[in-house]
Every structure is written in structure tokens, then in C-alpha cells.
Design a protein around this ligand. Structure first.
Ligand SMILES: NC(=O)c1ccc[n+]([C@@H]2O[C@H](COP(=O)([O-])OP(=O)(O)OC[C@H]3O[C@@H](n4cnc5c(N)ncnc54)[C@H](O)[C@@H]3O)[C@@H](O)[C@H]2O)c1
Length: 263
């Protein structure tokens, strides 16, 4: 198995894409730490995975430095190492530009972008020390978005945070390359999770999304998890500083595609 005995922290893994990544990593042999702020869902997610392998839940608000420090310490205490970090925790706050509150701008940036920085720095300090003591280099996978490049006018802090994620991925990759530590990102298109819940019940919203998706379907969380599994494995041993878009063809598309009635 490609992640046999590797220790992986996945933030925001109580549900959605993060949980799918946790499930895939456990199936690939990893010991997984689910880090989230939703304690009930996080504990339940860890219980679910324990039937297939090793998993535990640790409460962590990624925007809080002390929570992140505790996450690293508790993981090292439980599993003795950290090989993989997946910075997946993220939120959205929709508002028109002229109405957007400063507080909401700061909240999204502090979770989606600063949180990834805090977790990356704390975990990288452990990874670098390990390499300096003769150990194997680890890797980091950031959950970015097509919105790191494409913009939505009423999702300002979200798009800004994901644009920042692209540069965080590149700067971290360059800083850690000398140690053999790889840093990459995934840019999902529209994936069926709670973040996209409104689409399920709104045919017009679904049509809008599919008209910008040449594969004419929304993606599944497991289709993002498989990209994370590749990036975290030694199959990606010479890949660093990249964002891989898994988006059903959205990024190359100009204009829109026709959506059949039964799509
Ligand atoms: N669903 C999509 O279509 C889509 C598309 C592109 C990118 N993404 C990205 O994928 C990631 C996961 O999205 P999702 O759709 O699974 O979302 P989701 O809302 O289903 O899950 C997000 C998880 O993050 C947790 N979380 C929120 N704030 C946190 C914090 N401060 N600290 C720790 N955990 C926190 C939530 O409790 C939840 O478990 C996000 O970074 C998102 O931007 C999603």
C-alpha cells in the first residue's frame, strides 16, 4: 500500500473532501489524524475509519496557533511521527463587494490561508528536524480551488484565500525543496459536499455549474482524495510547487457548454 505506516494529519476532515481523503489514506495504509472544529462529526468520522485501520480525532481550529501547536504535539505523542499534512479546512462567506464585512473577510482568510500557513510551518519544523537526523522527508498537500485563478464576484475572501494558497504552495515548496520535502496543491472544481449543498435543490444553480463543466457532472469527494493519495505517495516523488486541477475540464473552458435536459 502506497502510504503504509505513514502518519497523516488532515484538517477539516470531519466531513466532505477531507473525510474522503482520510478514508482513502487509511485504505492506503496510513495512520490518520482528523483535525477539525466539529467535535461530534470528527469523533464519528474517526470511529468510522477505525474499522478499516488507524485513525484518531483531535480538536483543532487551524486559525489558532496554540491549537495547531497542540495538534502537532498530540499527533507526535500518539503516532511518534508526521509524514503527510493535508491543509483542507476551509469555509465560504458570500457577500457582494460593497457589503462585505471586514470581520467576514478576516475570518475566511484566517481559516483558509493563515490556517494552512500555521499548520505547514508547525509540521515542516518537525519534518526538517527529521531529515536533519537522517529520516525520510515528508510532504504537504494544500486544498486550493479553481477559484485560485477564476473569480466569483460575491465570494471575495474565498477567492482571495485560494489565490493566496497558490503562492503559499509555491513559496513553501521552494523553501522546503532543499530538504526533499514536497508541497503541492489540488484545485477542485465543483465537488458534491455540504459546501455545494444548495445545488442539490436548485436546478438553475446546477445548470449554471454544469454549463461550465465540460464533463457535465459534479465531482465526487473520492475523486479529489485519489489526487491527494497520488501527491502524498512516492509516485509523485519529483513533483513539487504544483497545483493539479481536478475540475471536469473547467479551467481550459472559455464560454459555456450546452447542458442536456437529463444531465
Ligand atoms: N466542495 C467543493 O466544490 C470545493 C471546490 C473547491 C475547493 N474546495 C475546498 O475543499 C476543502 C473542503 O471543502 P468541503 O467541500 O469538503 O467543505 P465542507 O464544508 O464539507 O467541510 C469543511 C470542513 O472543515 C471544517 N472546518 C471549518 N472551519 C475549520 C477550522 N477553523 N479549523 C478546522 N476545521 C475547520 C468543517 O468543520 C468541516 O468539517 C475546502 O478548503 C474548500 O475550499 C471545495
Amino acid at each position: 500500500m502506497s502510504l503504509e505506516n505513514k502518519v497523516a494529519i488532515i484538517t477539516g476532515a470531519a466531513r466532505g473532501i477531507g473525510f474522503a481523503v482520510a478514508k482513502r489514506f487509511v485504505a492506503d495504509g496510513a495512520k490518520v489524524v482528523i483535525a477539525d472544529v466539529d467535535d461530534e462529526a470528527g469523533e464519528a468520522a474517526a470511529e468510522d475509519l477505525k474499522s478499516q485501520g488507524e485513525a484518531m480525532y483531535i480538536h483543532c481550529n487551524v486559525a489558532e496557533r496554540l491549537d495547531v501547536r497542540n495538534l502537532v504535539a498530540e499527533t507526535l505523542n500518539a503516532y511518534g511521527d508526521i509524514d503527510v499534512l493535508v491543509n483542507n479546512a476551509g469555509i465560504v462567506v458570500g457577500a457582494d463587494f460593497l457589503d462585505l464585512e471586514e470581520e467576514d473577510f478576516e475570518r475566511v482568510l484566517s481559516i483558509n490561508l493563515k490556517g494552512a500557513f500555521l499548520c505547514s510551518q508547525a509540521v515542516a519544523r518537525h519534518m526538517v528536524e527529521k531529515v536533519q537526523n537522517g529520516g525520510e522527508p515528508g510532504c504537504i498537500v494544500n486544498m486550493s480551488s479553481v477559484n485560485s485563478v477564476l473569480a466569483i464576484p460575491n465570494q471575495i475572501p474565498y477567492c482571495v484565500s485560494k489565490g493566496g494558497m497558490s503562492q503559499l504552495t509555491k513559496t513553501t515548496a521552494l523553501s522546503l525543496a532543499q530538504y526533499g520535502i514536497r508541497v503541492n496543491a489540488i484545485g477542485p472544481g465543483s465537488i458534491m459536499t455540504e459546501m455545494l449543498a444548495s445545488v442539490n435543490s436548485d436546478p438553475a444553480a446546477k445548470n449554471r455549474i454544469l454549463s461550465r463543466t465540460p464533463m457535465l457532472r459534479v465531482g465526487e469527494p473520492s475523486e479529489i482524495a485519489s489526487v491527494a493519495a497520488f501527491l502524498a505517495s512516492s509516485d509523485a516523488s519529483y513533483v513539487t510547487g504544483q497545483t493539479i486541477f481536478a475540475d471536469g475540464g473547467r479551467m481550459p473552458l472559455n464560454y459555456t457548454v450546452a447542458v442536456p435536459d437529463d444531465a
